[in-house]
Design a protein around this ligand. Structure first.
Ligand code: ZN
Length: 233
């Protein structure tokens, strides 16, 4: 079975559309989404509609939670705050209800899905270092747990290996971000797991950043939210 895992779309419709086009070309059996469908970008309703249509399982991200008032504005940085306010104003009632009802954790096909961490997912902690990653392995019972949140793709093995994938290990895998890469590479990032061949790969694809930037300017969102996309920061 080929499973694609996407995360942190952040209302970036050109990035999400391009990602689904590539996944259709590659052929997948399931697509999972790790949340932060909205926030920062200008197309929250369109992105929710696509994710609802295409993804077999979806978990809630902190920006999804913030957009419906569950996480207070103080928890976001200046740009995040501004975008959350904008998103609250533009989200349809139906889509706000959809975000509200998303689970924090999903277990399916020997895979756990969480936005930030399988350990107390509601705390939205960032996992950047081994001690935090190590603690996560006791919090999930499946072979693999997929996460997003940092927008930086990485594969961490239970034995401390980094960016190696073997079939006899358990893994915590960050798939990176579709709509706002932050590792200096502006391309959209997502993961592809083949459970039959026991392979996992991170895919990086180009999308029309100019189109997203133009929509950010037109929406009246902060210019920086467009500029950062070209740099992948
Ligand atoms: Zn995010």
């Amino acid at each position: 079975m080929r499973i694609a895992v996407i995360s942190d779309i952040h209302s970036n419709l050109p990035a999400l559309t391009r990602t689904f086009e590539v996944l259709d070309q590659l052929g997948t059996d399931r697509i999972f989404c790790l949340g932060d469908i909205v926030g920062y970008g200008p197309s929250p309703n369109e992105c929710i509609a696509l994710v609802r249509e295409r993804c077999a399982a979806v978990v809630k991200g902190n920006h999804d939670s913030g957009a419906i008032g569950e996480v207070p504005l103080e928890h976001f940085n200046t740009y995040g705050k501004n975008a959350i306010r904008w998103t609250r104003k533009h989200l349809t009632r139906k889509n706000a209800e959809y975000l509200r009802d998303l689970p924090l954790l999903v277990v399916q096909d020997d895979i756990t899905l969480a936005h930030a961490s399988p350990l107390h997912p509601e705390d939205w902690r960032y996992i950047f270092a081994w001690p935090d990653a190590h603690r996560c392995f006791d919090a999930f019972g499946t072979r693999i747990c997929f996460i997003g949140h940092t927008h930086i793709p990485v594969i961490v093995g239970e034995d401390g290996t980094v960016n190696m994938f073997r079939n006899d290990r358990r893994y915590l895998i960050n798939v990176g971000s579709v709509g706002q890469a932050r590792d200096g590479n502006p391309r959209a990032s997502f993961g592809l797991l083949d459970t039959t061949r026991n392979t996992y790969e991170v895919l990086r694809i180009e999308y029309d950043i100019e189109a997203t930037a133009a929509a950010i300017f037109a929406a009246g969102l902060p210019d920086y939210l467009a500029h950062r996309l070209f740099l992948g920061i």
